[in-house]
Each structure stands twice: as C-alpha cells, then as structure tokens.
Design a binder for this molecule. Sequence first.
Ligand SMILES: [Fe+2]
Length: 438
Amino acid sequence: MKLDLQRLLKKGIYSLIANMCDEPFLIQNVRGQVLYGNADDKYPEKCPVGYQDGVIGWVSGGKKTEAIAKLLEHLATSEYEKKALGKETLAKYRELILLYDITEKLAASLDPQEVASLIIQEANKLINANKVSLMLINENTGLLEVIAGLGDEAKTKMSLKVGEGIAGYIALTGKAEIINNLSDDPRFLVGTRKVSSMMCAPLRIKDKTIGVINISSEEPANYTAEDLKLLSALTLQAAAAIENARLYDALKEAFLTAVSTLAETIEKRDTYTGGHTKRVMEYSLAIGKYFGLPDNEMERLKLAAVLHDVGKIGVRDDILLKNGKLDEEEYREMKRHTIYGEEVLKYIKYFKDIIPGVKSHHERYDGKGYPEGLSGTQIDIIARIIAVGDTFDAMTSDRPYRNALSKEVAYAEIKKCAGSQFDPEVVRAFLKAMALNN
Ligand SMILES: [Fe+2]
C-alpha cells in the first residue's frame, strides 16, 4: 500500500512537531521536495523516514532529527494499519453481501439441478478459477457424480467412488483442503485433466457428506486459507439448498403419487378399462414438450392431466356406469364433471393453478364445447393440450359399447379436428410427438 508523507503531515502534525523542537528542522519527501521548514536551510545529516522496507522521506536539522523521523515512521505505520483494516473490512463486507445474495437466490429455487448450476456460478464469482464443478453422491449407486460444472468441467461426466481421487477423498473425510501443487499429490488421478492447483470442500448436511465442490486452475494458483474459508461458507449454503430442493422433489413425487392414486380410484368407477389417467398424462406431457412449454407450465400440465376427470367423483353411478348411450338429461349431468372438478379443487390452494386445465378440458377451439363455450386462446393452454391427449386415449381404448380404434385412424381423426375441436398448434405438437415416440 502506497503512503504519501505529505498527506500524513497535513493533519496538524507540523505544529505538534514544531512545539516539540526548539531548533529549526526540515522535512523532505523522498524526491527531496520540502514539506516543512525553510528550503534555504541545508543540514549535512539527513535521517530517513522508513516505511515498509523503503524510505518515504527525510528529516534533517538539530538534535531531535532522529526522534522526529521515528515519530513519522510510527505515524506512517499506524496509518497503514488503519488503511489495511479498512480494506479488510471492505473485503469482508463484500463477501458478506455476496453470500447474502447467494442465499437469496438459492432460496428462490427448488430444482436441484438449477441450485447446483447457481452454486458453481457463484463460486466462480467469489473465487477466481477456470474450472468449477459440483459433485453429488448418487444415493442409489453411492458414486460421486458431477452434476454441474463450469469450463471443461461442464462436459465432464466423471464419477468417482468415495475415497477415490482427491474429490473422493474429501467426500470420505468430510474436510476441506487446498492442494496448490497437484503433481506432488499421490491422490491426484493423473491423465484425467490438466489441472495444477485445486481447492475442494465437502457439502455436508448434519454429519453426512452429500457431495463436493471442486475449484481448480490449469495454471499453478496460490489458493489461500481465506479462499478456502469463503468456499466453505458457500458450501454450507449450497448443501442446505440442495437438500431442500431434494426434499421438495421427494415431497412433490409423494404428492403426485397420492393424487394419481386418487385419480385412479375415481377412474375405477368409470367405464374405462384402466390406465386412462396415466396415459392422458403421458400424452399431454409429450404434447407439452413439443409445444415448447416452460418447466413450470409442464408441472401444471402434469397435475391437471392426472386430475382432469376428478369431477367424476360427483357424477351418479347410474350415469357414469351406464353401458348404453346417455339420454339428454344424463349427458347434461355427465358434462357437469368439469364443474365438479373445479368444486373439488378450489378449496386447496395448491390446486388453484390447475383449475382452468381441469375445468376446460372439454372446451372446443371453435367455442362449441363445455362448460363455458370458451374458444381459441380463451381456453387455457393446459386444457387445450389435455383435450387432445384425452380424446386420443378415449379413441384408442376399448369401451363397453365399442372396440378401440387403431392409432392411425385416431391420428387422422385428431388431424381432421384441428381448428374445430382442437387448437391446430397443439395438434401439430401432438403429431410430432407421436411420430417421434413411435
Ligand atoms: Fe373429461
């Protein structure tokens, strides 16, 4: 850190020194420029003002020359310490802001893959490295697998046994490490990648290691204990966020299983031969994928497809199970299953978003459907997709009053109804999905 003697002397120090001395004296900066005293005075002996292995000025004059130089040195050192402390505080503050920022971002995501990508990006911001990877222990195989990476690491599909290589060793011991000279480390798996220095920290939840973050550099880097401290602070956040995302995933899965079981129970009352709900979900998801629905809409589609006929719970048995054709009044009642679906779902906050998909799955693109006669894009996209999946499965399944149609006949029928019963864009996505899936 550079220090200017002139700036140091400004703060009332001149008068203080002058009061101490009864003889004239001269203070010069390192370039010989006079900072205090009479420039015409020349004194043969100059005493240096030392600062950090160098000299920042000179003092000359009477007997107290040396004492003045020592005082200035002392002032320079304390100024340096003050500045250094300020710099350190600022660096700490920056780190805290970054970590806080990461916590905020991580809290907003519940997708394990997204969380992992976010973590490695933030690790790269915090600590300069050209390679960052995040490995998690696969709970089924017990192997440590790269799930997100930056630089070459993004392409690595590496997996290690716990204990194998450096990352494996860190997973085994649960202790973070800096290895600044990898070529000397017997644990390093030579020939895998070009790496000179590395820093690894475990992701831990309670006493269990769930993964490892690796930071490495092709050129020799001098990672410090400070860097490792920062990485460890990040891994603490990362482990909690990944565990949260995993738990959320498991909860979602359990929830979907419960909901599917409910839908299948309802389906058993119906005249379908079974598996209708599951197939409608699969067809709908295939259409959604080729339609280009974003992830959050796919989630909504999945749940709405599973529950599309949940309202049949409110339809009387004699109508729902009737073998022959329904009369007008019975058909009107049967159609009410769309409204009953809304009734069943509207009391549960979690289902609010899927109500349009359930309620409108019998609407038609041309406005001639039920229950509200909506048309075109007035019908929620989820419902427009389920309509195709539902009709296709109904046509290709055996019913008590007719045999299943062949897939080819059903495709032709769906195609024929593009623009009238169905959204033509959805039909296009459906045909694409079916052509590629068969
Ligand atoms: Fe239906």
